[in-house]
Design a binder for this molecule. Sequence first.
Ligand code: CP
Ligand code: NVA
Length: 329
Amino acid sequence: MNLKNLKLFSDRMTNLNLKTDYRHFLDLSYLLPRDVRYIIEKAKVLKVIAKEKKQSKGFIHPDMPLKDQALAMIFEKPSTRTRISFEMAMHQLGGKTVVLQDHDMQISRGESISDTARVLSGFVDAIMMRANNHDNLLEMAKKSQVPIINALTNFSHPCQVMADVLTFEEHLGPITGRKIAWSGDVTNVAVSWIHAAALFDCELAIGCHRDYSPPKQVIDWIKNNNGRVTITENPIEAVQGADCIITDTFISMGDKDVNKRLKDLSPYQINENLMKRAKPSAIFLHCLPAHRGEEVTEDIIDGPQSLVWHEAENRLHIQKAILLWCFGK
Ligand code: CP
Ligand code: NVA
């Protein structure tokens, strides 16, 4: 992703003139360690409930904590996992969803994000948005009178990283103090991992080509928030002794320079040579969709250290916890 040209924003809601009486889930950088810990622990409990008695996926939580609540889901980009996990999460918590593709909305004919935010606030109790541009998400949050959830932008993907942390802790215990390695493009998922490293107090080692490294403003955020994040062009150094290795596609939605990216980023592919530098107990994570043979080899993503299917399922359990946090439940 080209993060260099993004207008970056201050790391606190108040500086965005956002109404603080709504619990927006815009970025992990706006949250406190106690917020993210609450969401992770809540998700663990919700997962146990979901697994009890081998409940079918269409079950409804006996307490129906989101009964009478409605979530609008706006998509400016495609989605498989995020859409279905939020839809099922709302269903299982007793709520309703309305799915809106941007090309079906008046936004596609020029209606402003701020007018859309005001109108939707009269119809639903929260809005989830997958936005092409992070500015659109923030504009929505500024004008809405209900909580806004970031379901991926060109800048960040906080819901995904919360599911990653849940997956890590289920398999390897507390994440605090552990070493996470990222190798590849510094994507929206990687930026949320940078925020997560500071909030969960873990080490994050990033191996990336210099043209794809985090922008200066994100580096400054790391320094201001005591993030233990290191960045190297040497992928072996990044993954050495790691508890977890993560990557993402080399071609994110909206990226155009395909051939250059594949060439520049190929040394950062997760393969047997890199995986064996991590701890023997190390796990492999990937947000999906994956491109076998590009950012990861088949033997790794389909191998014994890969937890990508657990990670994908955990999107459901974490979305429920994020929704409950947003609704103050
Ligand atoms: N990982 C993820 O967000 O997947 P989708 O693009 O399918 O929602
Ligand atoms: N970085 C990827 C993540 C997809 C879930 C993209 O933005 O396309």
